[in-house]
Design a protein around this ligand. Structure first.
Ligand code: NAD
Ligand code: UDP
Ligand code: UDP
Length: 315
């Protein structure tokens, strides 16, 4: 049995990861400051004697004894990471330094949840890991994008300088049950709007594209990545290469929910990338043939089911 630390473990992805690691028979320590995560995401795990939760901010040093670390702590949606941008950069950068310091003391493996945002508004499409990106360093998304880029730098410097076994995964848009209903991300927004019979807000003309990965596929990739040989550091793209325009997504959500909501068009936020699609050739190779199994329609149906229940409970 391994002792595994998951930072950001009460969040959307973190809670699924904790669940998965417990199912595999591990001892899991979930660390979270509940900025965007919530106890309700992990409450069903409280009775498990192998699950432990610590309210803690990763910008502050942490002294615990574990065998592996998954570093997911960081607000991920534009609304949340722009709420306190200085704190967002601190979470990525100071959080990475502390978790890397912890991993260095323990000589443990450490995985960083990086992001497709490191590619910014890309001029290479789809994006392979070798592409360095096109990121605005002083814009409203920079606290997140540059924070994550600096965290990657730190990971690779701890690897070069201290020979630390690192794993860096660049996650592309992921969706599923336990997404925050008010985080403004496109999948949760459209589903909640559709279920409430409200207008569906399309930013810009809806021709921008994204590639949406269902959470279970993503978690599988994270766990496989942690298990790769030490020479596999990444960065590795993980996501679903199926590419859809935002307009197509809106139409699909309307059809699957049977909603009578109308499409309304709103201004496109600053620095909003026009297209995004992962090149997952490397992931397929190093993660033993991993590729996403859940198609968008099926994943949306499961996510719609979750939000339907949740909205009924919230009233
Ligand atoms: P989320 O907001 O649901 O989860 C983040 C968690 O981190 C929350 O529980 C939050 O409370 C916690 N947290 C934030 N700041 C913290 C701090 N200073 N100390 C301790 N805990 C803190 O978001 P998510 O979608 O689950 O994202 C998890 C990770 O995956 C993030 O690092 C994010 O950047 C990355 N990621 C997610 C996506 C996606 O599409 N969901 C895409 C790319 C990258
Ligand atoms: N750190 C931590 N837990 C540990 C070991 C280190 O939180 O178990 C923090 C420590 O406070 C430091 C950071 O990780 O600020 C980086 O540690 P490292 O040993 O790399 O650097 P140094 O302590 O030499 O600055
Ligand atoms: N978007 C939209 N309507 C919404 C929320 C988002 O049209 O209600 C668009 C947004 O402008 C972006 C895409 O959907 O082009 C994905 O947005 P999200 O915030 O989910 O992710 P990111 O931009 O970080 O990929």
């Amino acid at each position: 049995m391994k002792r595994i630390l998951v930072t950001g473990g009460a969040g959307f992805l973190g809670s699924h990861l904790c669940e998965r690691l417990l199912e595999q028979g591990n001892d899991v320590l979930c660390v979270d400051n509940y900025f965007t995560g919530s106890k309700s995401n992990i409450a069903h795990l409280y009775g498990n004697p192998h699950f432990e939760v610590l309210r803690h901010d990763v910008t502050v040093p942490l002294y615990v004894e574990v065998d592996e670390i998954y570093n997911l702590a960081c607000p991920a949606s534009p609304i949340h990471y722009q709420h306190d941008p200085v704190q967002t950069t601190k979470t990525s950068v100071h959080g990475a330094i502390n978790m890397l310091g912890l991993a260095k003391r323990l000589r443990s493996r450490i995985l960083q949840a990086s992001t497709s945002e490191v590619y910014g508004d890309p001029e290479v499409h789809p994006q392979p890991e070798s592409y360095w990106g096109r990121v605005n360093p002083i814009g409203i998304r920079s606290c997140y994008d540059e924070g994550k880029r600096c965290a990657e730098t730190l990971f690779f410097d701890y690897w070069r300088q201290h020979n630390l076994p690192i794993k860096v995964v660049r996650i592309f848009n992921t969706y599923g049950p336990r997404m925050h209903p008010n985080d403004g991300r496109v999948v949760s927004n459209f589903i909640v709007q559709a279920l409430r019979g409200l207008d569906i807000t399309i930013y810009g003309d809806g021709s921008q594209t994204r590639s949406f990965c269902y959470v279970d596929d993503l978690i599988e990739a994270l766990v496989r990545m942690m298990g790769t040989p030490e020479n596999v550091t990444g960065p590795v793209n993980v996501g679903n290469p199926g590419e859809f325009t935002v307009l197509e997504l809106a139409q699909l959500v309307l059809r699957l929910t049977g909603s009578a909501g109308r499409l309304v068009f709103r201004p496109l936020p600053a620095d909003d990338p026009k297209q995004r699609q992962p090149d997952i050739a490397l992931a397929r190779d190093v993660l033993h043939g991993w590729s996403p199994a859940v198609q968008l329609e099926e994943g949306l149906e499961r996510t719609i089911g979750y939000f339907r229940d949740r909205l009924v409970r919230l009233g």
